[in-house]
Design a binder for this molecule. Structure first.
Ligand code: XMP
Length: 318
């Protein structure tokens, strides 16, 4: 029978056998999968694991600093690289969702590769790929869904890195990953985090991306997510986030007419992200959250709630 304890024991042995005394590099994202993979590898090979956590400037509010501290507290050998400016530069003026993904993916590869080259003698690249990623990337090579969205975090590394790949979570599902993480003593709050896409807020800002829009959406998102937590709703939702729309609408503030941005809130139930239903959040919660956002976030005068399911809509708007 599969248990998280036996999985950890067998996987640690398998990693040790596979990589021996070689050095391994791993990209941490702040998400559940890469974190669990890192802790497993750390248990297996300790200081031979070199983790790199890149700030692409599209993370949630304060996420880079907070999560980096958490990683250090877990004893991981981690380097935080703040490349926000580089990503923003690469994204300048790009509006098309797939071109944004490509720009973000390419910038990530460049930054990661620069960092990996600073380490000497690394032989392996570790990834937090889980079973559903494997399935989706297989279908992405030929199936009808091939061109729906290009998920950039599967499919490995650019040729020039020439590293061998180790993927300790390749055969298991998300709920199993969380159980493995719990057995490894990882903070339950980190393990309970909603999925967050690699391109981050970049695919939740419709149209072109600027530092100001990122800042705005980070504030909106923080109010929404903190609200879900304090109302006891966060764990009942599979994924939640806010979208900044490329639409201005007319509002009124005191005696003044405003003409400002609109944000859409989205919360879905799902098991694997392949299909999803919008969540029936309490009206009182939506009312309070909408007021908080409009009162506190300068430049936003309208909030809407997304009541579309997947299919035919997708979870992200881009
Ligand atoms: P969609 O929008 O396709 O999202 O219904 C399904 C799940 O995948 C996440 N997602 C991504 N994750 N890179 C990622 O790492 C991406 O480009 C990407 N696009 C979507 C999304 O957040 C949801 O959990």
């Amino acid at each position: 029978d599969w248990t998280p304890d036996s999985f950890v024991e067998e996987t640690v042995e398998a990693i040790q056998e596979k990589v021996g005394n070689d050095k391994v590099v791993l990209g941490l994202s702040g998400g559940v999968d890469s974190t669990v993979a890192a802790v497993l590898l750390n248990k297996a090979i300790g200081k031979n694991l070199y983790c790199i956590f890149v700030n692409n400037g599209l993370l949630r509010k304060n996420e880079f600093q907070n999560v980096l501290k958490q990683y250090e507290g877990m004893g991981l050998n981690v380097k935080g690289v703040d490349a926000s400016k580089r990503f923003l530069e690469a994204l300048k003026g790009i509006e098309d969702p797939e071109l944004k993904r490509k720009a973000i993916g390419n910038a990530f590869i460049e930054v990661f590769d620069d960092e990996a080259h600073k380490l000497e003698d690394v032989k392996w690249l570790a990834q937090g790929t889980i079973y559903p990623d494997v399935i989706e990337s297989v279908s992405a090579t030929g199936g009808p869904s091939a061109t729906i969205k290009s998920h950039h975090n599967v499919g490995g590394l650019p040729d020039f890195m020439k590293l061998k790949i180790v993927e300790p979570l390749r055969a298991i599902f998300k709920d199993e990953v969380r159980r493995v993480g719990a057995t490894l003593g990882i903070d339950p709050e980190l393990l309970g985090r909603h999925p967050f896409p690699g391109p981050g807020l970049g695919i939740r800002i419709l149209g072109d991306i600027t530092a100001e829009k990122v800042r705005m959406l980070q504030e909106v998102d923080a109010i929404f997510i903190e609200g879900l937590k304090s109302w006891g709703l966060y764990d009942k939702v599979w994924q939640a986030g806010a979208m900044l729309l490329p639409v201005n609408s007319v509002g009124v503030m005191g005696d003044e007419r405003t003409y400002e941005k609109c944000v859409a809130l989205r919360a879905v139930e799902s098991t694997d992200g392949m299909t999803a239903d919008w969540v029936n959040l309490p009206y009182e919660f939506l009312q309070k959250t909408s007021n908080d956002i409009i009162n506190k976030v300068k430049g936003v005068n309208r909030v809407v709630y997304d009541i579309s399911s997947k299919p035919p809509a997708t979870i992200e708007w881009e």
